[in-house]
Design a protein around this ligand. Structure first.
Ligand code: ATP
Length: 646
């Protein structure tokens, strides 16, 4: 049940990155992304400013018309005298519309480019961050940052940021015009700025908090949706759809409350920004009538004052909205850099070691030396003093009770996790000294719970294959891997290997997905192959067929196979037994049966389990094709092991 039982994982970060910064300082961090777009954004700003200033010029024409032709009766103005002022007002109106259009055209392209660059940067960093980070951060939070927050930032950049500057400049220019046009009346209007500034400041403090809360809650909601969609089968199977809905409604209601509180806070500001200037205008009207009567100001100046103030009303009220959007953008920036500035604890070294030369053409030599591993949120190490030698070209089965740390140990080889002490070496070079890409080029993994991508079968199987290979070679590797994994079912799919297999391969059965994941690992022809219980979802007949072919493939590489079935143990030359976080014994199956009580216990448990489920036993496993002709694979191979296996 997504929302009740699975509490959302919280980031370990002590607080939002950048929360100690002022809003301008926080937004300044956008500069590297915005730099190349600045010329267009500035041109957009100038266009918007042009539109505003042109609008402010219209009242001055009115003032001229009123003072020259309408109030000065002796001037004897005729209708024809008004043609030029009318043409001028029309021209100013057209210029304003033109500036607005130009502004939109100028900012649209750079805005989307900044958004896209930032999105790429974040995605690249997410890909680079280690597994430990992804274990901690819920997907919904990442999704809401990479999609929602960045969309919000773009809208702010192309609209609100420009509007904010334009509004402030328009208000400044407008206020100067009010003062020069109508003296005291302008100063009365300016006095309204004092309470407005105080209110805006208080608003900013409140709004920042609620904006952050809203964006976090949106992330949690996205997380709940992701988890429910991901686990839809379980929810349906257990009839827990209603509970999921209840959990979702609770979170949605919380978000709604926060949004309402946000809107409330914002509407208070907007109200203040409307009421205060209008109150000052009421006072100005009384004072203005008095000044006109005294002939201190002209009727034209009086009219122009009110028309200018009316035009300024738009930018003043806009200030409320743009300020709110600026604070939303600031939160989005903080949330963006919170991820982007998460240091990568598994970064490549500055001076990486070259990958070692493989010990034999049958694969690399892997060695774990006094390895310790502890999960960051665990109280004590899960693995300690692990010494394990995987000679080139050999297959080692790793067995142990459930939860003993087998999968974790296997993940240390491709550096999905880093050892906390000791070292993992491939061909004599520590994996921590190498580029991660070099390590992973040589190591392929097939997970027990395989993840496939929503792409074609071909793309999934060739996922780890060198792009530089020519088409024919790639095809050959794919068909061969599919054959080893007994995945001929793909040829029966509607478009054969070009069939798109849907999100996470959910259109396939568990066994089919597992075989494709196995084919993916095999196709890349790795020097080290890590198989985490790769046959667990297969039926007996398929398992036998895969095992027979797999054994031939394993002959040509160094493999570590996590075994939960006797038949998987039988694929190996030798067996390593994991207990209480350490390797308790290494030997052939028969050696261990004879000498190690814990191994006997594990095997009997596996056998019982196999009998219960009607799956393969040691004796059931058919010999590999041509195996009788084989010579020993390496020094690490034990005849007895083969005897045991056969
Ligand atoms: N990301 C993680 N953070 C903290 N603890 C973890 C994490 N992943 C696994 N563990 C813990 O580490 C222990 C070993 O897990 P692991 O999956 O390596 O065992 P396993 O021997 O492969 O188990 P199984 O045979 O059931 O697949 C378990 O107790 C598990 O709870």
């Amino acid at each position: 049940m997504p929302s009740k039982t699975a509490a959302p994982r919280r980031p370990e970060a002590p607080g939002p990155a950048g929360s100690h910064l002022s809003t301008p300082a926080s937004l300044r961090r956008l500069y590297p992304y915005v730099r190349s777009a600045l010329p267009q954004l500035l041109a957009g700003l100038l266009s918007a400013l042009g539109a505003s200033l042109v609008a402010l010029a219209i009242p001055q024409v009115l003032r001229y018309v009123v003072d020259t032709y309408l109030t000065d009766v002796d001037a004897g103005a005729s209708l024809s005298d008004l043609v030029w002022p009318i043409v001028l007002v029309l021209g100013l109106g057209l210029a304003e519309a033109g500036f607005i259009l130009l502004r939109r055209t100028l900012v649209m392209f750079p805005g989307t480019r900044v958004e896209s660059d930032m999105r790429m940067g974040l995605f690249r960093h997410l890909q680079d961050l280690p597994q430990a980070f992804h274990d901690r951060w819920p997907g919904g939070q990442l999704l809401s940052r990479i999609v929602g927050d960045l969309g919000m930032l773009r809208r702010w950049l192309v609209f609100s940021a420009i509007q904010l500057v334009v509004s402030v400049l328009t208000i400044i220019v407008g206020t100067v015009l009010l003062i020069t046009t109508a003296g005291w009346l302008g100063l009365i209007y300016l006095a309204g700025a004092i309470p407005m500034t105080i209110i805006a400041f208080t608003f900013s403090r409140k709004f920042r908090v609620v904006a952050r809360r809203s964006q976090e809650q949106l992330g949690e909601l996205a997380n709940t949706v992701e988890e429910s969609v991901h686990g839809i089968r379980v929810l349906k199977a257990f009839g827990r759809g209603r509970d999921a809905l209840r959990g979702f409604s609770g979170e949605a209601a919380q978000l709604r409350e926060t949004e309402l509180s946000k809107a409330n806070t914002q509407s208070k500001l907007v109200q203040a920004l409307q009421i205060i200037p209008e109150s000052t205008l009421a006072i100005a009207m009384v004072v203005g009538a008095f000044l006109v009567a005294n002939e201190t100001i002209t009727i034209g100046a009086f009219s122009a004052f009110f028309l200018t103030a009316a035009i300024m009303n738009g930018p003043v009220v806009d200030l409320g909205m743009t300020l709110a959007m600026t604070l939303n953008a600031r939160t989005a920036v903080d949330r963006y850099f919170e991820i982007l500035e998460t240091p990568n604890s598994m970064a490549d070294p500055d001076h990486p070691d070259e990958a070692g030369t493989p010990a034999s053409d049958k694969g690399s030599h892997v060695r774990l030396r006094d390895v310790e591993f502890q999960y960051s949120d665990a109280a004590e190490p899960l693995l300690s003093h692990i010494d394990l030698d995987l000679p080139a070209g050999t297959t080692t089965a790793l067995v142990g009770l459930t939860g003993s740390g087998k999968s974790t140990l296997a993940m240390l080889i491709p550096r999905i996790f880093d050892v906390t002490d000791g070292s993992v070496e491939i061909d004599g070079v520590s994996v921590r000294g190498m580029r991660r890409s070099d390590v992973r080029d040589g190591v392929a993994v097939a997970f027990e719970d395989p993840t496939l991508f929503s792409a074609s079968v071909r793309e999934n199987v060739l996922f780890g294959v060198d792009d530089a290979l020519d088409h024919a070679e790639k095809e050959r590797l794919m068909h061969e891997a599919l054959e080893v994994a007994q995945a001929a079912f793909v040829y029966e799919l509607p478009e054969g290997v070009d069939t798109k297999i849907g999100e996470e391969g959910l259109s396939l059965s568990g066994g089919q997905r597992q075989r494709l994941a196995l084919a993916r690992a095999i196709a890349s022809r790795p020097r080290v192959l890590v198989l985490d219980d790769p046959l667990s979802a297969l039926d007996v007949t398929t398992e036998e067929a895969v095992s027979r072919r797999l054994r031939q493939v394993l002959d040509g590489t160094t493999s570590l196979v996590i075994a939960h079935r006797p038949s998987t143990v039988a694929l190996a030359d030798r067996v390593a037994v994991l207990e209480n976080g350490s390797i308790r014994a290494v030997g052939t199956h028969s050696e261990l049966l004879a000498t190690d009580a814990h191994y006997r216990y594990i095997i009997s448990t596996l056998e019982e389990d196999a009998q219960e489920h009607g799956i393969g036993h040691f004796e059931d496993l058919p010999p590999a094709e041509g195996e009788a002709d084989e010579t020993d694979r390496s020094a690490g191979v034990d005849d007895e092991a083969k005897g045991a296996r056969l």
